[in-house]
Write a protein that binds this ligand. Structure first.
Ligand code: MLT
Length: 300
């Protein structure tokens, strides 16, 4: 009998792949063989010595103490690509929200409750306060050409944006095989100086913490819009505040709000909804469970 501890709610379509005659699954149980989780932060948790594998139903693993796991011989799995389509669709929504004041307009429309027959004429008078810009013909810079970055690039290209890309960990030669929709550039400076919009799609590691900082902002056009559906720590929030205040950045769309971001003007804070779709949750759970089973049952 294998014991599986779940530290977050895991999609039942995945969990049902653990055969009940061989597996016990619970959020709390002694001596688990494996842990399955989503965004639970494990850094302060005591790791039971019985644990052989940890599977994150998601791509990022920055909530798991990788070094500690390596020292203890614990294998860590993630599910790269399984939620990439969900995140891509959220990035495209963010792109739209950065250019069209749909949120402001919707909130204003609610204030018209009680105006009765006057609503139509008030809408016609007030709507000019919420006019936006189109993204067609604008340049989107994609930083990071993993599963999500490539899908975003292809979708933006279908929306008739000019898409340029750069990956700090990939050669242009290799990147060219991933998407024909992207014009690859060799360096971050060349990328940033052309961009009307920047989407960050790299993992957060000790090397990429604060990757978008004052030096990178200085390379960007005035009024650039930045989308961060990767991890909050990739952007230096103090430098971001300065860049927003000076008008260097006109909008920052983040899927990782913190107290600082929530207070800043020009920031749209989304409560980590990038992969929160039924389809992504199911795909990630299935991939995570399959990996755990394969490891516990066959050692692969
Ligand atoms: C990921 O790491 O896959 C995304 O941020 C979504 C999630 O945390 O579940």
């Amino acid at each position: 009998m294998f014991k599986i501890q779940t530290l977050n709610k895991i999609d039942p379509e995945g969990l049902k792949l653990f055969p009940l005659n061989n597996y016990e699954i619970a959020s709390e149980l002694p001596n688990p063989d494996a842990i399955v989780l989503r965004s639970f932060k494990m850094h302060d948790m005591e790791l039971p010595s019985s644990v052989k594998a940890i599977a994150r139903a998601g791509a990022g693993v920055n909530n798991i103490p990788i070094d500690k796991c390596t020292e203890n011989g614990i294998v860590v799995f993630n599910t790269p690509g399984a939620n990439a389509n969900g995140v891509k669709e959220a990035v495209i929504a963010g792109l739209m929200l950065s250019s069209r004041d749909i949120i402001g307009g919707v909130n204003w429309a609610k204030t018209l409750i009680g105006e009765g027959d006057a609503v139509g004429s008030l809408v016609e008078k007030g709507k000019s306060n919420f006019a936006g810009q189109e993204i067609k013909g604008k340049t989107l810079a994609v930083i990071g050409l993993g599963a999500i970055g490539v899908l975003v690039a292809n979708a933006a290209s279908a929306l008739r944006m000019k898409v340029i890309g750069y990956d700090p960990y990939m050669s242009v030669k290799h990147a060219l095989k991933l998407s024909r929709e992207v014009t690859w550039v060799e360096g971050i400076q060349v990328l940033l100086q052309q961009a009307d919009y920047v989407t960050i799609n790299i993992p957060l590691t000790p090397d990429t913490k604060g990757y978008i900082n004052k030096d990178k902002f200085a390379m960007m056009k005035d009024g650039v819009k930045i989308l961060n559906f990767a991890r909050g720590g990739l952007v230096d929030h103090k430098d971001l505040k300065d860049a927003l205040e000076s008008g260097k950045v006109s909008k920052y769309i983040t899927d990782f709000p913190d107290e600082d971001c929530l207070k800043m003007d020009g920031v749209i804070s989304i409560p980590h909804l990038g992969a929160s779709t039924a389809e992504s949750e199911t795909n990630c759970a299935i991939m995570a469970v399959e990996q755990v089973r394969e490891y516990l049952e066959n050692g692969n």
